[in-house]
Design a protein around this ligand. Structure first.
Ligand SMILES: *Cc1c(COP(=O)(O)O)cnc(C)c1O
Length: 325
């Protein structure tokens, strides 16, 4: 089955070699520029939204309900997609939702960054105090039920747009790199999982090892990747059972927690900026590149390597709110 799609982003995104870093690191390093999707300040969520919003419209929805962290790149891009298609965008957010046992001691209580853009786009945000992911999901469902009680047709989108349609978008995205050159390794930041699953599924059998650098300490993520891969397989009917061990996810570079910058990530951002004039973000792509650098240094990966830049740049401009004195 081919899902419906509405065009939102500029495709294909550019892909090019990083000459200075390649020379410095002794590898053949390339970058895929999904930071340049040309929609709502770029990022990987635009690709998913082409299918998710098409589906929402097919289902006759007038309201889309989702959730995320306050600095969610997904909520920002969804807000733009809803705005241009005349849908309302309702989102429950917490500064730092956490997995019980993984609370980060200091909540950043962020301002600026994506929140500025959400407001500009007319996203209807419900900003909740920090709690667990389950608390956030429960609050989101309450918002959806409230809309339905008002007679509105609601389209629910899971966190990060990681339904099977999100994975399908990245299955299609892999077509943009399938020609030449051949990559030995593809590294991407992973959180809700559909980016990695779509790419892994597409490249399974292509001798390209896909490594997801988790930006979230949640141990169940691997399970979610597997489930998404099965769902994608059911949808495409390609009978390409992607083996669990092929869905490689490393938790080594999460740093202090989900949504919190890491020292290595910040260093990696600086290295990329000064060598290539390309900006990465502190929550996802900086950590992914830190992982890539560490794995190269340890000789765990070599050859022709592709960093899939998933965007996230507004987070560079998010700052901590000053607490009341
Ligand atoms: C959402 C996001 C990711 C992770 O993508 P998933 O499909 O949710 O795993 C990576 N980088 C950035 C910048 C993101 O916004």
């Amino acid at each position: 089955m081919t899902p419906a799609r509405i065009p939102l982003v500029l495709l294909p995104t550019p892909m090019h070699r990083l000459n200075r870093l390649s020379a410095e690191l002794g590898i053949d390093l390339w970058i895929k520029r999904d930071d340049l999707t040309g929609f709502a300040m770029g990022g990987n969520k635009g690709r998913k939204l082409e299918y998710l919003i098409a589906d929402a419209i097919l289902q006759g929805a007038s309201v889309v309900v989702t959730c995320g962290a306050a600095q969610s790149n997904f909520v920002r891009q969804l807000g733009a997609a809803c705005a241009v298609r005349g849908l309302r965008c309702v989102a429950a957010v917490m500064d730092l939702p956490y997995e019980p046992g993984h609370e980060v001691a200091v909540a950043p209580n962020s301002v600026g960054g994506n929140l500025v853009l959400d407001q500009l786009l007319g996203v209807e945000l419900t900003h909740l105090p920090n709690g667990s992911w389950d608390d956030l999901f429960a609050a989101t469902e309450e918002l959806a039920l409230r809309e339905e009680a008002l007679g509105n047709v609601v389209y629910r989108i899971p966190i990060g747009g990681s339904s099977v349609l999100g994975a399908y978008a990245f299955f299609k995205a892999a077509e943009e790199i399938e020609s030449n050159p051949h990559f030995d390794v593809l590294v991407c930041a992973s959180s809700s999982g559909s980016t990695q699953v779509g790419l892994s599924y597409a490249l399974h059998g292509a001798q390209t090892q896909v490594i997801g650098v988790s930006c979230d300490p949640e141990p169940d993520l691997v399970e979610e990747l597997r489930r998404l891969a099965y769902d994608l397989d059911d949808m495409l009917e390609l009978d390409r059972r992607v083996a669990a061990e092929y869905l490689v996810l490393t938790y080594e570079f999460v740093g202090p927690g989900y949504g919190v910058p890491s020292e290595e990530g910040n260093q990696a951002i600086e290295i990329m900026a000064r060598a290539e004039g390309i900006f990465l973000d502190p929550i996802y792509t900086g950590k992914a590149f830190a992982g890539l650098l560490a794995m190269v240094k340890r000789n765990q990966i070599r050859g022709r390597i592709l960093l899939w830049h998933t965007g996230g740049l507004p987070a560079l401009f998010a700052t901590e709110a000053r607490l009341e004195d």
